[in-house]
Ligand binder design. Sequence first.
Ligand code: ZN
Length: 486
Amino acid sequence: MAYRSIALVIIAFLFFGDLLAADKLRALILDGQNNHEWPKTTPILRSILEYSGRFTVDVVTSPRSGESLDSFRPDFSKYNVVVSNYNGDLWPESVRTAFAKYVEDGGGFVSVHAANNAFPEWAEYNEMIGVGGWKGRDEESGPYLRLRGGKFVRDESTGRGGHHGTQHDFVMETRDPDHPIMRGLPPRWMHAKDELYDSLRGPAKNLTVLGSALSTKETNGSGEHEPLLMAIHYGNGRVFHTAVGHSPHAMTCVGFHVTLARGAEWAATRNVTLTKLPHDFPTADMPSRRDLPAKPDAEGWVNLFNGKDLSGWRQVNGTAKYSVEDGVIVGTTNEGSPNSFLCTTNYYGNFELKLEVKVDTQLNSGIQVRSNSFRGFRDYRVHGYQVEIATNGTAGYIWDEAGNRGWLTKNRNDPAARAAFKDGEWNRYRVIFQGDSLKTWVNDVSVANIKDDVTAAGFIGLQVHGIKRGTGPYQVRWRNLVLREL
Ligand code: ZN
């Protein structure tokens, strides 16, 4: 009986697993020619779609500019959505015909940034993208879209199509909060430094502006609200047009991640099931970036630190120096600086974290977990749970950094716990936060084991404590930082 139950469970699991795989939408990314860094941005587009859990992704890369495109024959019909990261030579007629028919017949299409520069001479393509820029576009390409009285209207005045000012962070404003792609997103959020395309023009038929941003004269822009996120109906198909995403940096914007995945899902299916708003979605006055999530290994562990540089981390709060030496993150005090934190750009809620740390005897340090930094709390002061790093017997206990609750571990008298941390040596930390259960170990000795539910998620941060004038410099080192989400 037991065997039979197990067999049934295994069969059920396999079947369910197959269903999940079959359930995923198939996306095709096109690249190979672009005046932008497509070899860097295609992997980001791919990761965003794959990590949404909703897509499997293939990439077809064209021959280089000027070479024959005879070998470029993507089979659009195999895909639910085609994502273009392509801005180059005109496709062969058979490919253009196949693509127009694919969208006309109900396929999904996502145009990313400079893909709207492509193909000014191809009428169907310009209807799909709605508006585009450069390459000779002008009043004959179609109108500008201008915000007048709260609505985007067609402006037929003469002039070139396509321009941008200097790159900067800018506020994206939701224009159609009821559209499935935008539902539940804030009315305004700070998009990470990017090119703000202005003065795009095109047929603009069956087009809904979902999001726009003010292109200011001060940034050498148009002084107009520019449509940057758009939904277009073409035949039975749907097009999501995102005019942002100039660089890998811009594509790390969490707003870009969310709108791209939602837009691709809408283009593929008419619906959006990716409705959960992530913890780290940007606010109206602060951008939020997320580096490429590392691929978890078979057991779900990801390296938080690549051993080479600090990508995936950002420094907040102080001016201590963080560097990488021989696969180790080294934090060095800077006299006069407040507490400094090197924080993950990603946020984590329930997780197991393991790392090794070595600290100078005189220096206090700590590991922030489920921590936050925003303007509304003491002007971005890092705050939240801190797992203590210190040589005075308190290592591994949990402190409320910058809060008013002090030590959250009330009992700090266990002799084994107080002796767990070895001065002058590498020490192994293990931290498990799951729901309200907060547990730590130092060198396999259980230290903290408490219940607390004040903060559900946040970043991981490595502290270099401020020091008294006339002391230091002191150092703290971290290595082998791995985390798995629970
Ligand atoms: Zn660009």
